[in-house]
Every structure is written in structure tokens, then in C-alpha cells.
Design a protein around this ligand. Structure first.
Ligand code: 5GP
Ligand code: MN
Length: 334
């Protein structure tokens, strides 16, 4: 961030304010980690922050400090709209365009108070008064650590804030294995552990809480995998019926898409999940190497994301959606 921008933000934060902090729809570890880290930080600066998520977050994040204070727009539209409209400052974290908040877009679009975007997705929109956007970062949480440093307030990072930041770095980096994990990331993480993060415990809380049925669902997903070695591609489908059979809960399909990439020679993996309530097929794309899934998702499946991890959706049937996908992979070079 530029010096003038930092001073302007320091001025804004110099007096106590009502502040709304917004993650993207279907928030993940980085979205909830970054919003809660900022929430605890702003509390320490005597502000009145509130995190308002467009919809609910997965159960494996429910242990996070402050998660019980998160308001969910879909569950209380009127109350959340009022809080957003009363806010004197709004942070939008871990997304690049207001439509990523779903229905909340209409509320956020009308605001005239200063907005601050902190995000690591490509092609940020220009709605914010201050935009700290950098695609070289593996997580928004690592940028929150920098943001706090820019404000010269690193000494305020306590165990709680550090744990929230650590969670987003861990989840968005695939436990430090994605290429966006730099030596700086590890230095930041080292500092967070020095501040008291129980790194092993956080890992257990996030990843060692499967239910029997969620593992059975994983088994079904792996059995459904289709392989196209000639196109270096693998994809998985899960129908609503299969989700119901295995008592699907939000979060149960997290990470399943990555299994395709663990097959030797596979550089492009996708998962198609039917959501009958919204009448869509939700899609996740992952790649290894240069194949840009952000562009692929944008061009073909109403989505976006990063070069190696993106998402999208289809309004057609599962059959038509995978037929389209198969036709596409036979034409592109992966
Ligand atoms: P996931 O597959 O885990 O849902 O998402 C992977 C990445 O793509 C995340 O960074 C997420 O924010 C982004 N992403 C997922 N779905 C969409 C979408 O519909 N539109 C855009 N622009 N990005 C998405
Ligand atoms: Mn992120």
C-alpha cells in the first residue's frame, strides 16, 4: 500500500467507529480467518466491529475465536442490512467483486462510507476507497498480517489474532504446499507461532474432525472419479442424491477436488456438486503448473479465482455440464 493510503487509513482508525467486515459467500478458512483476525484487531483499537457473512460458514471453522459473533445475512437480512447501513467504515476481505457476496451486493453497492478491500484474487473491481490487492499472496490472512504491520501495530497481534491469521494461511496454502507459499509466508508463520499459535492443535481442529458419513461420501466421490490421461484431467461428480445418502453437511466436500491432482500425470482436476436447493451445479477447479483455471472458470463456467484454484457454477443439468466439460478439455492444451 502507498504511504498516503496508509496515513489516510490511520486517520480513519484514529477515532472509534462502527465497522462492518465482510467475507465472500460460502466463506472458507481464509475468509473467516481474515475477517475474525481483523475483528479482534479492531476491537483492540476500541472500534465496534461486526463480521457479517453472506451465508453460513462450514462446521470445521466453528471453533475459531469470535466465530460465535459472526452474523449471517441470509439468516437475518433486516438486522444485517441495518448494521451495514449504520457502519462508518466497511472492510471487504478475500474477494474481488461485490457480486461474490450474493444478495448482499445490493446493500453494499449503495454505500457511500469508505470501503477497504484486502484481497489476493485476480482482476479486482474498483468499488473500494482503498484497495490492497496482490495476487502474489497465497492468502488474504498473510495480507492482514502485513496490513497490521503497515499500521505499525504488530505488537497488538496476540494469540487470538495470530490463530485467526494462521488458520487462513494454513487452509489457503493447502497446508503450506501450494506454490504461493514463500519464505516470507514461513517467516510470518514463525512469528505467529511465537505469538502463541498452537499450530498442531489448529491443524487437528480443522482437519481431524471427519464424521463417518463424510468419509463415506469421500469414498463415493473417489469412486465416481473419471480420468482422461490423454488430457491430463480428472473430474468427480456428486449428485444431490449422493449428498443426501451420506448426510452431507456444509464443509464435507472441502478438499475432495484435490485428489485428482495426486494422480501421476494429472494436472487439471474438477469436482461438480449438485445443489438442488439453488438449482446449480457448484464447480471447483484445481491445476498444477501453468494451466490457468481462473481463466477457464471465467470463460466457461461463470466463475473465477486464481491460476491454480478457481470455482464456478452451471445452471444446466449434471449430464449437460460434464458433457460440456469433456468437450472443452478435448480442445485445450493442459
Ligand atoms: P473453491 O473451489 O474452493 O470454492 O474456490 C477456489 C477459489 O476460487 C477461491 O479462491 C474462491 O474464492 C474462488 N471462487 C470460487 N467460486 C467462485 C466464483 O463463482 N466466482 C469467482 N470469481 N471466484 C470463485
Ligand atoms: Mn483466500
Amino acid at each position: 500500500m502507498k504511504k498516503e493510503e496508509i496515513s489516510a487509513i490511520q486517520n480513519l482508525l484514529a477515532t472509534p467507529k462502527k465497522i462492518a467486515i465482510i467475507p465472500h459467500r460460502s466463506p472458507d478458512g481464509d475468509a473467516i480467518g481474515s475477517t475474525l483476525a481483523l475483528y479482534h484487531f479492531l476491537l483492540k483499537l476500541n472500534h465496534q466491529p461486526v463480521v457479517i457473512a453472506p451465508n453460513d460458514f462450514p462446521h470445521f471453522l466453528a471453533w475459531m475465536p469470535g466465530s460465535e459473533t459472526v452474523l449471517v445475512y441470509e439468516n437475518s437480512r433486516e438486522n444485517c442490512t441495518k448494521i451495514i447501513n449504520d457502519a462508518e467504515l466497511v472492510f471487504t476481505l478475500d474477494f474481488n467483486a461485490l457480486h461474490r457476496t450474493g444478495e448482499m451486493e445490493q446493500v453494499l453497492n449503495k454505500l457511500s462510507v469508505p470501503m477497504i478491500m484486502i484481497d489476493h484474487h485476480q482482476k479486482p473491481d474498483t468499488y473500494a476507497t482503498f484497495t490492497y490487492s496482490d495476487t502474489s499472496f497465497g492468502s488474504t490472512c498473510e495480507m492482514i498480517y502485513n496490513f497490521i504491520s503497515f499500521l505499525d501495530k504488530k505488537e497488538l497481534i496476540d494469540k487470538t489474532i495470530a490463530t485467526c491469521i494462521y488458520t487462513g494461511i494454513l487452509t489457503d496454502s493447502g497446508s503450506f504446499r501450494f506454490p504461493s507459499t514463500t519464505s516470507t509466508t514461513h517467516r510470518v508463520v514463525a512469528d505467529l507461532i511465537d505469538k502463541g499459535v498452537q499450530n498442531s492443535e489448529v491443524y487437528n481442529l480443522l482437519f481431524d474432525n471427519n464424521s463417518y458419513s463424510s468419509l463415506q461420501l469421500l469414498g463415493r466421490a473417489l469412486q465416481n472419479m473419471k480420468l482422461f490421461p490423454e488430457y491430463k484431467t480428472a473430474y468427480i461428480t456428486l449428485s444431490q442424491k449422493e449428498l443426501d445418502t451420506f448426510h452431507y453437511e456444509k464443509g464435507d466436500t472441502e478438499g475432495i477436488v484435490n485428489y485428482g491432482l495426486t494422480i501421476k500425470g494429472i494436472h487439471f482436476a474438477a469436482i461438480f456438486i449438485e445443489h438442488k436447493d439453488e438449482n446449480i451445479i457448484k464447480i471447483s477447479f484445481r491445476s498444477q503448473g501453468n494451466f490457468d483455471v481462473n481463466q477457464f472458470a471465467r470463460e466457461n463456467f461463470n466463475g473465477g479465482g486464481h491460476i491454480n484454484a478457481a470455482g464456478g457454477k452451471s445452471y444446466e443439468s449434471m449430464k449437460a455440464t460434464v458433457a460440456k466439460f469433456e468437450a472443452l478439455i478435448s480442445k485445450i492444451i493442459i
